[in-house]
Design a protein around this ligand. Structure first.
Ligand SMILES: Cc1ncc(COP(=O)(O)O)c(C=O)c1O
Length: 430
């Protein structure tokens, strides 16, 4: 080894060694953690119960993390399962031990199907929602003369992706614009119905938008599409893991989600539900080895080496939520969001991009913080007050996005509103 390459090698080693690469790791605030199993969920869970849920997360006690819509923390039991599965694989990555993780992957699929009230044969475990949405826009036989109706407030993976593929495959995209404020079920159903023509083959919508948190009447829209022989794709990135979903009632043909959002699952795993009635209409975008074992996963989930430990761990994230209860999770997250809305309504100058009608949003609240710059406010809240929020809406709808979940407490929500009230009244520190 020459002197120069030895120096480079030493630098590389230092970089990948750990501390040099992640200098901030381990610097969180005080933890309030327990390894004890969760207590049984009371019929009417009180704040003490939700504090017990909070104590199963690694988020430091002084950090109010109000950004579930972006990326959720994974609970301690699931982190530990992931570590166990990873150690198991790295101790012996031979075929025999990998087969055990493969069985765990199929168990994760089964649990996902139970949670969504569908069958394992209809579940593809993707890398995330973006990939799931793109599997639909790349995998259907759409071409010249066909139309796809999309919602103008879809995430880029369900908006830009359709426009790009329209150019490639020759179909046409019709975009139904977002209406502000949320106009309600009937208005959206008629806007989408009016956009349909005999050439429409698919409707691509979002259950709850990431931009302003509006909840679309997806069951009504899927039914309207189905009546016309039109397929439907529902992007559920902001509802999977937080709403008490029943896809057998919603009846989309495709539904996508990410485990690393509201499910609080391992990172880089998502899902695509494909109704059995359309299995013969979609082709895999990737053809390779290591598919799933049942149904549509046998053709659409074979895309080479995956993180088998993480796939096998996914089921424990579903089980953790089942222990709390899907109904309780939805009720809690929505109650925290409603508390945010009602308290923010009392802050002078605050106005909402989100609907303030609780039937039209779920657990995402987006607002304009009076005359304050949302970006500066978000970074001040994080730096000075230990409150993590997101900015939203770009230049068209600039605002602050808050998305509370089961690990948040009422105290955290109140602390966030109090901090915003303070900065709106006295301005941001220089
Ligand atoms: C509605 C919606 N769809 C898709 C995505 C993409 O999710 P992922 O980055 O996990 O693929 C997001 C992410 O925020 C989203 O909010």
């Amino acid at each position: 080894m020459t002197a120069v390459s030895r120096r480079d090698f030493a630098r590389l080693l230092a970089l990948t060694g750990s501390a040099a690469m992640f200098p901030e790791l381990g610097k969180g605030g005080p933890l309030n953690l327990t390894r004890a199993p969760l207590p049984a969920t009371p019929a009417e869970p009180d704040e003490a119960y939700w504090k017990a849920v909070r104590a199963r997360y690694l988020v430091p006690a002084d950090l109010a993390f109000l950004n579930a819509a972006n990326l959720c923390p994974t609970s301690l039991p699931v982190v530990e399962t992931l570590e166990r599965n990873t150690r198991f694989l790295d101790a012996d990555p031979s075929a025999a031990s990998r087969a055990k993780l493969t069985a765990g992957r199929e168990e994760s699929r089964r649990l996902l199907a139970v949670a969504l009230r569908v069958t394992p044969e209809e579940i593809v475990m993707t890398r995330n929602t973006s990939e799931a949405n793109n599997f639909v826009s790349s995998g259907l036989q759409l071409g010249t003369g066909d139309e796809v109706v999309i919602f103008g407030d879809n995430h880029p993976s369900n908006l830009q992706a359709w426009n790009d593929k329209a150019k490639r495959f020759g179909f046409t995209v019709v975009t139904v614009p977002v209406v502000l404020p949320h106009p309600g079920t009937d208005a959206y159903v008629s806007a989408f119905t009016n956009a349909m023509t005999p050439r429409t083959k698919l409707l691509a919508i979002t259950h709850v938008t990431n931009t302003i948190g509006d909840m679309l009447p997806v069951a009504e829209l899927c039914a309207m599409a189905r009546q016309r022989g039109v397929m439907s794709l529902v992007d559920g990135a902001q509802t999977f893991g937080v709403l008490n979903l029943d896809l057998s009632v919603m009846r989309p043909d495709f539904y996508s989600g990410s485990a690393h959002k509201w499910l609080c699952g391992p990172k880089e795993i998502g899902l695509l539900f494909v109704d059995k009635g359309v299995h013969d209409r979609i082709s895999p975008s990737i053809v390779a080895l290591y598919p799933g074992a049942v149904g549509i996963s046998r053709t659409m989930e074979g895309y080479g080496q995956r993180d088998e430990a993480a796939l096998a761990t996914l089921g424990s994230a579903v089980t953790f939520q089942e222990t709390i209860g899907r109904e309780a999770i939805e009720k809690r997250s929505r109650a925290l969001a409603e508390r945010l809305v009602s308290q923010l309504q009392t802050v002078p100058g605050v106005t909402f991009w989100s609907s303030t009608d609780a039937t039209r949003y779920a657990a995402i609240v987006v607002f304009k913080p009076a005359a304050l710059d949302p970006r500066r406010l978000a970074s001040t809240l994080y730096e000075k007050d230990r409150i993590a929020v997101a900015t939203s809406g770009g230049t068209a709808r600039p605002g602050i996005r808050m998305s509370p979940h089961i690990y948040n407490t009422i105290d955290e929500v109140d602390r966030a509103v109090a901090a915003i009230r303070k900065y709106v009244a006295s301005g941001l520190p220089a």
